[in-house]
Write a protein that binds this ligand. Structure first.
Ligand code: GUN
Length: 291
């Protein structure tokens, strides 16, 4: 069994980006990070994005509107950033409070600044295999992890567990693309799928993105499969200082011994998401001609 070290692969990518950014002389890339309210996971993710940006020379602008912000006010905030030539990328951290239509917010971000890849145009470009758009960071990170771990998806059965806009749907489209490293046969499973373990057992590559702690158990995985665990779940744990421990969607202790490759949580897909966000921000900067 080979452990896919997301920390190490992400660090390599981030170091490459840092070098590229150091060579920019006129202006550095700038990302605006919007976090609404104080959701503890979002606080931690946005901090991580801010820190990585600072480490590699990307300027970040952090906007922290209160949870009471109206959809109209949030739209106005995004419109301002869309029109600001000093801003290359815009990210609105998900989840948003219930009174705000999240998809409408994702649509509001200008496609050329949509470094999260959640805008209709960019999701459409993934379906059309048009590389001029932005691919959502977690799916892009998963493809990069597989490529850099020597896993070629061609002709293999990829089973995606979860149909979210952020991971499940885009990663399925990426694995399906007629491109080197992809070309997979893809199944997508979700909460209404019948005989789910029967399907997951057919996976050569299983991508678990359902947000349920340790849902995937050994009996659901074919021996020799590649397992990518996208879940980051907080499970109460009195022995931890924080009062919780982080665990994935996969029951790692029982599944890992029978895999050919597996990603740990934490230290698997998570760090890749941030690395790909930085990569997208540099791409936005270059597409904007350094604006
Ligand atoms: N919430 C969970 N993952 C993500 C992500 O990749 N981007 C944003 N904006 N929010 C998220």
């Amino acid at each position: 069994m080979e452990l896919i070290d997301g920390n190490k692969i992400a660090a390599t990518i981030v170091a490459e980006l840092k070098e590229e950014i150091a060579a920019l002389t006129v202006r550095k890339p700038c990302i605006a990070l919007i976090r609404v309210g104080e959701d503890p996971a979002s606080v931690s993710y946005v901090k991580k994005k801010e820190k990585t940006a600072a480490d590699i020379g990307v300027t970040s602008r952090i906007l922290l509107p209160p949870i009471t912000i109206t959809q109209g006010e949030l739209f106005a905030l995004i419109d301002g950033l869309n029109a600001d030539p000093a801003v290359d990328g815009i990210l609105v951290q998900s989840p948003l409070p219930k009174h705000i239509d999240e998809v409408a917010v994702f649509r509001r971000v200008a496609p050329e600044k949509d470094v999260d890849g959640f805008n209709t145009i960019n999701l459409g470009k993934v379906a059309q295999e048009d590389d001029t758009g932005f691919v959502a960071c977690t799916p892009a990170g998963i493809m990069e992890l597989l490529a850099r771990s020597g896993v070629d998806l061609k002709g293999r059965h990829v089973v995606v567990l979860g149909r979210s806009l952020i991971v499940g749907k885009p990663v399925a489209l990426l694995a399906l693309q007629k491109k080197a490293g992809a070309n997979a046969t893809v199944s997508i499973c979700h909460s209404a799928t019948a005989n789910l373990p029967e399907l997951t057992r057919q996976a050569d590559v299983l991508i678990a993105a359902i947000g349920r702690a340790e849902f995937v158990t050994a009996d659901m995985v074919k021996p020799g499969a590649v397992v990518i665990d996208v879940g980051i779940n907080r499970v109460p744990d009195a022995t931890k200082k924080t009062g919780y421990r982080l665990t994935g969607d996969v029951h790692f202790p029982s599944v890992a011994p029978q895999c050919s490759h597996i990603t740990p949580v934490p230290g698997g897909v998570g760090p890749m998401t941030v690395a790909m966000l930085m990569k997208n921000t540099l791409k936005a900067y270059r597409l904007g001609g350094g604006r």
